[in-house]
Design a protein around this ligand. Structure first.
Ligand SMILES: *[C@@H]1O[C@H](CO)[C@@H](O)[C@H](O)[C@H]1NC(C)=O
Ligand SMILES: *[C@@H]1O[C@H](CO)[C@@H](O)[C@H](O)[C@H]1NC(C)=O
Length: 316
């Protein structure tokens, strides 16, 4: 007992160093966060823990330093937390709509149909955006909520099961849900709609101004982004080195991950059109949240390129 106590004391004495640990909250069931795991395993010398969560975690738990999510959650949270900052985009993903080929020939055939997605997530915005691009208003179809599924067999309330069960006619979602749905109905029976220009998810790492204003914390964040830069480069250029570990981190089968790989882009930057995308999308989010849309100059405040500038040595 006493010996243990001594050990604990010795450990505590080293705390100033050991204390320097980053905590990241990410939705652990989506493929998009996987570069964080590779950054942690291969490139980051400090200590980092990655827990399940997302942007709201930054405000519910002040020990969380970084959080990753799609732009939809950036907007939902920035509306009430103006200290939120987007500092790095990890992934861009053009979502896909799947339907039965014998019932839907063109996207406009989705008029009057039930489309599965999750309200208040990027999937609902994607469906709205895509349908608008082919001339269909939200009153032209019914959005039906269902659950995600990352491994077969998918439970009865999941979107792929609802498609095969006939409760919905289509799904508009991220991966691997669309790939799983395609396998469930048979790829030759499926028709897929997607358009990067119309909608791609922008999945980014976020923090708060409090964290950025803390010099020690900021240093750790810079080092982690340095590591993420190397990780996203691997995802882009040498995916063979990461497939197995990324699949394990996200808990999807490796063949499924490989099948959807081409729908994921790993820019490791801040997209040049991010502010325009946010401004346009907030009009939709504001309607669903019953608030006024934020102006472009307000939204500009959410984007902080200074960490990336520092990492790349382009700080002016
Ligand atoms: C991490 O530690 C290794 C081994 O001590 C060292 O070679 C490397 O330069 C360090 N990397 C960074 C980014 O500090
Ligand atoms: C994608 O959308 C853009 C903008 O609406 C359009 O110009 C383009 O033709 C579309 N691409 C495809 C393949 O449908």
């Amino acid at each position: 007992m006493f010996r243990h106590w001594v050990c604990a004391g010795a450990f505590l004495a080293t705390l100033p160093l050991a204390n320097a640990a980053l905590k990241i909250a990410s939705a652990l069931a989506v493929i998009e966060w996987a570069p964080e795991q590779i950054a942690k395993e291969d490139f980051y010398n400090g200590s980092v823990s990655i827990v399940d969560g997302g942007v709201p975690s930054l405000f519910s738990d002040t020990s969380v330093d970084l959080a990753s999510n799609a732009e939809t959650q950036s907007l939902r949270n920035y509306a009430s937390h103006k200290n939120l900052r987007i500092i790095y985009t990890i992934a861009e993903v053009p979502y896909r709509i799947i339907a039965y080929k014998n019932k839907v020939k063109t996207a406009t055939d989705l008029k009057g149909k039930r489309i599965g997605a999750i309200a208040s997530t990027s999937s609902a915005y994607f469906v709205n955006r895509y349908m608008e691009s082919v001339g269909l208003k939200s009153s032209d179809y019914t959005l039906v909520s269902g659950n995600t599924c990352t491994a077969e067999p998918c439970g009865s309330r999941t979107l792929p099961a609802m498609l095969t069960g006939g409760q919905i006619d289509a799904i508009g979602f991220w991966e691997p849900v669309i790939e799983i749905a395609s396998r469930s109905i048979g790829p030759s029976n499926a028709i897929i709609f997607s358009n990067f220009t119309v909608y791609r998810e922008i999945f980014s790492l976020h923090t708060t101004t409090e964290k950025l204003n803390n010099p020690a914390k900021r240093k750790e964040i810079v080092e982690f982004i340095r590591a993420l830069e190397k990780a996203t480069k691997l995802f882009r250029d040498e995916p063979e080195k990461v497939y197995a570990r990324a699949a394990k981190a996200v808990k999807v089968k490796e063949d499924l991950l490989r099948a959807v790989w081409d729908h994921h882009f790993w820019p490791g930057t801040i997209p040049a059109d991010l502010l325009e995308v946010l401004t346009e999308e907030d009009k939709f989010i504001a309607r669903t949240e019953n608030r006024a849309a934020m102006s472009q100059s307000t939204l500009k405040g959410m984007i902080d390129t200074s960490i990336l500038d520092e990492v790349r040595g382009t700080k002016s």
